[in-house]
Design a protein around this ligand. Structure first.
Ligand code: HEC
Length: 302
């Protein structure tokens, strides 16, 4: 009986092939076929990437770029004394220089010549404090204060109204040092400043609450369930069982969603730790478990 192998040998004359290696070329189509086939599989597997953009789209969500108001406690802003305005003490002078260096220098330059790096290319250019001409609001203390209050519309000079009156007056004193011919500061100027901006009067800076936080509070105040959950969470955290509760808020909302209070113990244990209960509870004695269950039932029924 002829073996399969022999048929093979009959078909391909290996002796001939080895004698004339160029004959191998005839068989290279097999290799081509295999390569093309493999490429085809790769191609099909990657069809999505070739034709569709399956790479995750990671443009930031602009809704989350919103900058909220910062949380700030209200405080009393002390008025500036007339005497301090006229003869600033060391502290005020140092404060003015510090503020100038950190906020104004990039545009107005180290020596006030309007040659700071960030001012290059600005039209109009930053004011050169060493020169007397070109001032739009002017060089009196009231004029400089007004510039900081409102900015110069249509220029790179924005308002610095978030600076306290004391800081703005300190900046005025810093700026005036840049020029030897700065107009003297008279009592009349100071009276004018106070009449216009009431800088000597103390005032209350109101507290700020971030909008996101305020909405959270509003929702809680208007949603009895959230309020109850908060009350339960609070009571649990204060109770002798607090060691069993790792996340009082999560546990309180779990409690409020329990439908069948009969099987509550099993339910509590089988949902640890997702329900805010600590795994320590599993190791509690039967008695403790019962007490805890009674406690939470009484809380969630109130
Ligand atoms: C982004 C650049 C920039 C910064 C930062 C900047 N300024 Fe200016 N400032 C300008 C430009 C520009 C002008 C000129 C506006 C014009 O001529 O209309 C100007 C003008 C002024 C003037 C002259 C107003 C007038 O009467 O003409 C004063 C005073 C002044 N700035 C003070 C300050 C102080 C103080 C600070 C820091 C708290 C500051 N600037 C920060 C760009 C800047």
């Amino acid at each position: 009986m002829k073996k399969l192998f022999d048929y093979f040998y009959d078909e391909i004359d290996f002796k001939e092939i080895f004698k004339h290696p160029s004959r191998w070329f005839g068989y290279s189509f097999l290799l081509f076929f295999i390569v093309i086939f493999a490429l085809g599989i790769v191609f099909l597997n990657n069809l999505d990437n070739f034709y569709k953009n399956t790479a995750p789209y990671d443009e930031p969500d602009s809704a989350k770029l919103f900058k909220d108001v910062e949380l700030r406690l209200g405080k009393k802003v002390e008025g500036v004394k007339l005497e301090e305005i006229k003869n600033p003490n060391q502290e005020m002078i140092a404060r003015g220089q510090e503020l100038y260096r950190t906020t104004c220098q990039t545009c107005h330059g180290e020596s006030g010549k309007g040659d700071g790096i960030a001012g290059k290319g600005l039209n109009p250019p930053p004011r050169n404090f060493t020169k007397s001409d070109g001032w739009k609001n002017g060089r009196t203390i009231t004029a400089v204060y007004k510039t900081l209050q409102e900015g110069i519309p249509g220029s790179g000079m924005t308002a610095y109204d978030f600076l306290s009156p004391r800081d703005r007056i300190a900046l005025y004193h810093t700026i005036r040092k840049f020029a030897s011919d700065f107009p003297p500061l008279t009592d009349k100027d100071i009276a004018e400043l106070d009449a216009a901006f009431r800088v000597t009067q103390s005032y209350e800076l109101p507290a700020n609450i971030p909008i996101g936080k305020a909405m959270e509070k509003l929702i809680a105040e208007n949603n009895p369930k959230v309020l109850r959950a908060q009350a339960i969470a609070f009571a649990l955290a204060k109770s002798e069982f607090s060691r069993y509760v790792s996340d009082p808020k999560a546990f309180a909302s779990f409690l409020l969603n329990v439908q069948n209070q009969g099987g509550i113990l099993d339910l509590m244990i089988s949902n640890i730790p997702r329900n805010g209960l600590s795994p320590k509870f599993i190791a509690a004695t039967e008695n403790e478990k019962k007490e805890f269950t009674n406690k939470v039932l009484s809380l969630s029924m109130n």
